[in-house]
Design a protein around this ligand. Structure first.
Ligand code: S3P
Length: 432
């Protein structure tokens, strides 16, 4: 088990380019796998989660060259070209990998089993299993199909198109159903209470698929083929950049430029929240890449103030709430985070994990069923922290350590490699 030792920083400086977007990387290799033709993907996140997704495609007969690097060549086998995997598909720690692939498998003509590590096997799967069963896939699993391992016998050509009103705003649920919907007879629609990240919609369009959107309703017609076209360039992950945005905002003297970051409006909640806290963040060199907005982001230290974070911004910032709670710990006043109960079923219970770890640094935190109240302090106190087997908790506590007095040790940080290989090197490069 590896530990990360963090000394206080006197400011983060320089220019950084961070690894590729995790959400888009998962989708890129899945969609390329079922496209007609080969796709040249650059900026692919060579993290454990996304590599497991690529390996799952290989196990279904797809040739993927370059695995382990950020440049993949995926030789698509067409909409009906995947073949039955000989063994269990192991998605490791990744909820996105498991739930999206479940949708893809629902449309196949064969049998498959999905599993993952001890954390993934505890995460709720009924949210995709139930609607996919309604579409005609035969799915079983532990606890009646609520927990992985899941077995899936796809409905093949007999999958039914549905209109599904999702009780939660979840891009994983939406994407699983749209993928299954590609194999359905008719139009499949998903309606969400508020709009979740729309990378699936954008990337399906990149592959030539027609996707209709009306408010929070997304519709896809079955039987459309994906066409491999030009090179697919994946921008850097805003969720990874978020650790640096918060670090530079809370460590006096910081001035940092992060290049080529995805700034899809369904993901930029973290920037909006930091700006409302008074942060000094500006976006320049805006452009578009593979249907996704991209920019360079400059961030400079500025004293932050407490805010209320709730409602529609939550799905747009869901993965960044742990590191935003570190910003709150350094802000003046009491920050209140609500409507974020989904945090309890992520890689760890992120409300309980962050409350426990921030308290070790001397911060007053009250846990709420769907959020936290965090009272900022002029200075955090370095301490020994745990990762809770969760990459984003580990990285959030490392960021907190930069702004603390004395040394901070984050234990069991190997999990960081699921989403952000090279995090420690880049953080230390910028911070010291
Ligand atoms: C993701 C969707 C979100 C997010 C996860 C990635 C995706 O999960 O938290 O890290 O790529 O679709 P939910 O769909 O469960 O909200």
């Amino acid at each position: 088990m590896s530990d990360l030792v963090i000394q206080p920083s006197r400011g983060l400086h320089g220019e950084l380019t961070l690894p590729g977007d995790k959400s888009i990387s998962h989708r890129s290799v899945m969609f390329a796998a079922i496209a007609d033709g080969a796709t040249d993907i650059s900026g692919f996140l060579a993290g454990e989660d996304t590599m497991n997704t690529a390996k799952a495609m290989q196990a279904m007969g797809v040739v993927v060259d370059g695995l382990g690097t950020d440049r993949l060549l995926v030789r698509g086998r067409g909409l009906h070209g995947l073949s039955e995997p000989a063994g269990v598909l192991d998605l490791g720690n990744s909820g996105t990998g498991m739930r999206l692939i479940a949708g893809l498998l629902a449309g196949q003509n064969f049998f498959s089993i999905l599993s993952g590590d001890q954390y993934l096997r505890k995460r709720p799967m009924a949210r995709v299993v139930e609607p996919l069963r309604q579409m005609g896939a035969q799915i079983d699993g532990r606890s009646g199909g609520q927990l992985a391992p899941l077995s899936i016998r796809g409905g093949g050509g007999r999958i039914r198109a549905i209109e599904y009103a999702s009780p939660i705003a979840s891009a994983q649920v939406k994407s699983a159903l749209l993928l299954a919907g590609l194999y359905a007879d008719g139009e499949t629609s998903v309606v969400e209470p508020s709009k979740s990240r729309d990378h699936t919609e954008r990337l399906l369009r990149f592959f030539g698929v027609e996707v209709r959107e009306e408010g929070n309703r997304v519709t896809v017609r079955g039987g459309q083929r994906l066409r491999a076209g030009g090179p697919l360039m994946i921008p850097s992950d805003l969720s990874s950049a978020a650790f640096f945005l918060v670090a530079a905002s809370i460590v006096p003297g910081s001035d940092l430029l992060i290049r080529n970051v995805g700034v899809n409006p369904t993901r930029t909640g973290v920037i909006d929240v930091l700006l409302s806290m008074g942060a000094d963040i500006s976006l320049g060199n805006r452009r578009e890449q593979a249907g996704e907005p991209v920019a360079d982001i400059r961030v400079r230290y500025k004293k932050l103030r407490a805010v209320q974070v709730s409602g529609g911004v939550i799905p747009r910032a869901i993965d960044e709430i742990p590191v935003l709670s570190v910003a709150a710990a350094c802000a003046e006043g009491t920050t209140i985070i609500r409507d974020a109960a989904e945090l309890r079923v992520k890689e760890s219970d992120r409300i309980a994990s962050m409350a426990a770890e921030l308290r070790k640094l001397g911060v007053a935190v009250t846990e709420l069923p769907d959020g936290m109240e965090i009272t900022g302090r002029p200075a955090l106190t370095g301490a020994a922290c745990e990762s809770h087997g969760d990459h984003r908790i580990a990285m959030s506590m490392a960021v907190a350590g930069l702004a603390a007095r004395g040394e901070t040790v984050v234990r069991d940080t190997g999990w960081i490699d699921t989403s952000f290989p090279g995090f420690e090197r880049l953080l230390k490069l910028a911070a010291y």
